[in-house]
Design a protein around this ligand. Structure first.
Ligand SMILES: CC(C)(COP(=O)(O)OP(=O)(O)OC[C@H]1O[C@@H](n2cnc3c(N)ncnc32)[C@H](O)[C@@H]1OP(=O)(O)O)[C@@H](O)C(=O)NCCC(=O)NCCS
Length: 164
């Protein structure tokens, strides 16, 4: 894949006023069926779970969320980088920050439901049987217009704790 120069971003935790910008950032990906469209209500409820990638001038160009899924298990969700900033290392920064966040949160394993399993594979994720995910995850899936034939692939990765 063609790659432009790496872009420097600051990864920061989302705050309440970021809800609208997160929805703007992800809207086109939701419409294109690449991710579950985010509603204001859902984003507000999950706002503390989001990490954002910000340019030096304060522009929001990427997001990711680390959602609790089960005891010791977290879900990496809503990963998106604005189209014109893709392939410049921002997705990598977001995913690595999300893995750190999940680890700090006490998760021993993370998973994601994705159409880009090859991206996740670069970071050590492996395919898993989505039927083995906790029932709680399906509560989100059943709200998706594509359920049950969405074609998303489940990937997971074990997290080393600081002591390992
Ligand atoms: C997937 C996505 C987040 C990647 O973000 P990005 O900023 O373009 O990724 P990066 O530039 O950090 O790429 C890191 C590495 O992954 C590779 N990569 C990027 N997109 C990839 C893809 N779709 N499949 C496989 N590898 C990919 C890059 O080539 C790069 O490899 P390198 O380190 O060997 O050069 C971005 O394409 C996106 O927002 N897509 C639309 C929304 C989406 O599908 N989100 C995932 C939902 S779970």
């Amino acid at each position: 894949m063609a790659r432009a120069a790496k872009i420097e971003v600051k990864i920061r935790r989302a705050r309440l006023p970021d809800v609208g910008a997160i929805i703007d950032l992800t809207r086109d990906f939701g419409r294109a069926g690449l991710m579950i469209p985010l509603s204001v209500g859902d984003t507000l409820e999950r706002i503390r779970n989001f990490l954002l990638a910000e340019t030096p001038d304060g522009g929001l160009i990427g997001c990711v969320a680390v959602d609790p899924a089960w005891e010791l298990l977290a879900e990496i969700r809503s990963l998106a980088v604005a189209l014109k900033f893709q392939l410049r290392g921002v997705g990598r920064e977001l995913l690595l920050a999300a893995l750190d966040d999940a680890r700090a949160f006490g998760a021993r394993e993370v998973f994601s439901l994705t159409y880009v399993p090859d991206f996740f594979r670069r970071f050590g994720f492996e395919r898993m049987d989505r039927n083995s995910l906790p029932h709680k995850v399906w509560l989100v899936c059943v709200k998706c217009p594509k359920f049950p034939d969405c074609g998303e692939v489940a990937v997971k990765m074990r997290l080393a704790s600081g002591a390992e």
